[in-house]
Design a protein around this ligand. Structure first.
Ligand SMILES: Cc1cc2nc3c(=O)[nH]c(=O)nc-3n(C[C@H](O)[C@H](O)[C@H](O)COP(=O)(O)OP(=O)(O)OC[C@H]3O[C@@H](n4cnc5c(N)ncnc54)[C@H](O)[C@@H]3O)c2cc1C
Ligand code: FES
Length: 253
């Protein structure tokens, strides 16, 4: 689908993060993303934070396009292409622990809604914790970590994840967040022999497998991902270390 849609609501999640709802026909699955065109500015990838008839994206303002998106109001138009990517693949019997760091929790909400999985939310501090109430609507257990200890568990999301995995209640971790968090979460899962699926990010242009700008070790994040499992991630030498800038040059993460 490739369409201009009207923003139907804007919700402030924190000082720098907002959720934008819009109506879009067609099926989307948990973990898929759309390319969002902000008229006159740029087109950028955003995970869907709702996948029903009313869909949503949850956007952290970090640069030109995301800041311009934050200026938009109800009834303003944006362009949407997609949904793209593979999404999460889970089975009913999987005992899942979801781990969302920063704005990464937004991409996991559709999966949490479908599975009711227990969830760890990680943030730098209390003010940056987002979507806790939304998560609590679906997850039986929601635990929050803050790096500075200003709310709930004092430590990072991976430390809290390790504590929860020690109870041996889970056989799969599903995660989205900063790559440094995913790097250590993957390391832990690999050591413990626990299945994992993680949503990765790279700079994207086409979003549809054509341009090669999102490649990591020969895999296109937009087409082969953005969700990769533990075994696939173990083979990615650039994971946690190198990304590509808009010109395609490799730079340190
Ligand atoms: C599949 C996918 C799903 C995403 N889902 C979300 C989401 O749900 N919510 C959300 O807020 N963001 C999400 N992002 C990241 C988002 O696309 C970028 O933040 C956005 O493109 C930045 O655009 P900008 O013009 O505002 O910033 P720019 O001015 O382009 O960049 C500002 C800074 O952010 C860095 N940056 C740019 N793009 C990325 C990226 N893809 N990953 C990490 N750092 C980047 C730049 O290197 C620069 O340092 C997703 C990215 C991908 C690939
Ligand atoms: S963004 Fe073009 S191939 Fe992935």
């Amino acid at each position: 689908m490739n369409d201009i849609v009207k923003i139907t609501s804007v919700k402030k999640e924190s000082a720098d993060t907002k959720t934008f709802e819009f109506k879009m026909d067609g099926k989307a699955t948990a973990g898929q993303f759309v390319m969002v065109w902000i008229p006159g500015v740029d087109e950028i990838p955003m995970s869907l934070s709702s996948t029903g008839e009313t869909k949503s994206i949850t956007v952290k303002a970090i640069g030109e396009a995301t800041k311009a998106l934050h200026e938009l109001k109800k009834n303003d138009n944006i362009g949407i292409r997609g949904p793209y990517g593979n999404g999460f693949k889970t089975k009913k019997k999987d005992r899942i622990l979801v781990v969302g760091g920063g704005v990464g929790i937004a991409a996991l909400i559709p999966l949490i809604r479908e599975t009711g999985a227990d969830t760890v939310i990680g943030a730098r501090n209390k003010k940056e914790v987002i979507m806790e109430d939304e998560t609590k609507k679906y997850s039986k257990n929601v635990w929050v970590s803050t790096d500075d200890g200003s709310y709930e568990y004092h430590g990072n999301a991976v430390q809290l994840m390790k504590e929860k995995l020690a109870a041996k209640k889970y056989d799969m971790v599903v995660a989205c967040g900063p790559e440094v968090m995913l790097y250590y979460a993957h390391k832990e899962c690999a050591e413990l022999g626990i299945e994992c699926q993680m949503s990765l990010e790279r700079y994207m242009k086409c979003g549809a497998g054509l341009c090669g700008s999102c490649v990591i070790d020969g895999m296109r994040i937009c087409e082969d991902g953005p969700v990769f499992d533990c075994k696939q991630i173990s083979k990615l030498k650039e994971f946690g270390k190198i990304k590509r800038d808009p010109s395609g040059a490799k730079v340190s993460l």
